[in-house]
Design a protein around this ligand. Structure first.
Ligand SMILES: Cc1cc2nc3c(=O)[nH]c(=O)nc-3n(C[C@H](O)[C@H](O)[C@H](O)COP(=O)(O)O)c2cc1C
Length: 308
């Protein structure tokens, strides 16, 4: 049995030493239990979505635990890009070579101004665009309207030299249409996907459980839907995919690779197990060794070849 296996992967021009990274908003470099060596062993680090200025976020309660996951309506609070530059970016630079900054904006102009600013920071490898946020011009989420989505990605590509990762919203009829639109507009990579809109109600008080009334569902409950979306999208687009939604162990991540994802993100599983990303990296390695593959690349999209 070979004892070496190559976990590295190139998502277009974005090189990752392995395919595992945190999902935006579920991991904070300032309060992680991981030490420097462990942080550096992640494929990349992704920030919480940052905005051009300070944002309050939504009124509480902001999270509610559901069967097989949680609903959150945090609302992307944060101190804004200047604070990020001063207080968070230096910590990230120490921790990992591959930093991906997730961005949120109120309008295309706002998004592009932020991208221009981030373009100046050499150590940022890529920008992930959080499309699950409302466009103040029409109140619709960027990720649910093809024209707005296409226009945003197109304008962003003109505003920055950085690699653009479009994080799609799953709250659409056909995610492959959104994926094709993003690809045509110039997105380099797609992340599939953000959270699913949901709601929980307190029957005693007869009111919504969340201050924002509705929120995004994440966790194991959404994984089969995400796997299906990766499987469908990877047959339609040429650009690489990052899978995210409900991964709690290596087996879960492997489903996404086999469906066609080239990398994965782990979100709320970090809350219950701070070491889950390290365990997933190790589990992928063990699987590849056991199955006698020399590289992760050997299994990406394999389900399409094995079964059609
Ligand atoms: C508390 C919380 C905060 C989040 N914040 C963000 C965010 O700032 N930007 C973003 O693009 N996604 C955000 N997400 C979505 C996650 O990045 C991820 O897409 C989602 O949780 C599905 O992955 P999971 O099932 O592994 O948690 C957040 C999710 C949670 C649970």
């Amino acid at each position: 049995m070979k004892d070496k296996v190559d976990l590295s992967v190139n998502l277009g021009s974005l090189h990752l030493k392995n395919p595992v990274m945190p999902a935006s908003g579920t991991f904070d470099i300032r309060d992680t239990l991981l030490n420097m060596r462990e942080l550096n062993s992640l494929g990349a680090i992704i920030t919480k979505s940052i905005a051009s200025r300070r944002r309050e976020g939504n009124p509480g309660p902001r999270v509610w635990e559901t069967d097989g996951g949680m609903i959150n309506a945090v609302g992307v609070p944060g101190e804004g890009v200047e604070y990020f530059k001063e207080h968070i970016l230096p910590l990230l630079e120490e921790a990992n070579d591959t930093i991906i900054v997730s961005m949120v904006g109120d309008s295309i102009v706002d998004f592009c101004a932020l991208a221009k600013k981030l373009d100046n920071f050499e150590k940022i490898s890529a920008l992930e665009i959080n499309l699950s946020c409302p466009n103040l011009n029409n109140g619709l989420y960027f990720g649910v309207n093809k024209d707005v989505l296409g226009d945003l990605i197109y304008q962003l590509k003109k505003s920055t030299q950085k690699i653009i990762i479009a994080k799609l919203s799953p709250n659409v009829t056909d995610i492959t249409e959104m994926a094709l639109t993003a690809q045509e507009a110039g997105a380099d990579i797609l992340t599939i996907a953000n959270t699913f809109l949901g709601m929980a109600i307190d029957p005693e008080k007869q009111i919504p459980r969340l201050g924002n009334k509705v929120g995004g569902i994440s966790g194991p409950a959404i994984r089969p839907i995400i796997v299906r979306m990766i499987w469908e999208t990877s047959q339609k687009v040429k650009i690489p995919l990052i899978g995210v939604g409900g991964i709690t162990c290596a087996q879960d991540a492997l489903e996404m690779f086999l469906a066609g994802a080239s990398a994965v993100q782990i979100g709320c599983a970090n809350f219950s197990n701070p070491y889950v990303m390290l365990e997933v990296i190790q589990g992928i390695k063990e699987y590849l060794l056991r199955k006698k593959y020399s590289s992760l690349l050997d299994i990406i999209g394999l389900v399409h070849k094995n079964h059609f």
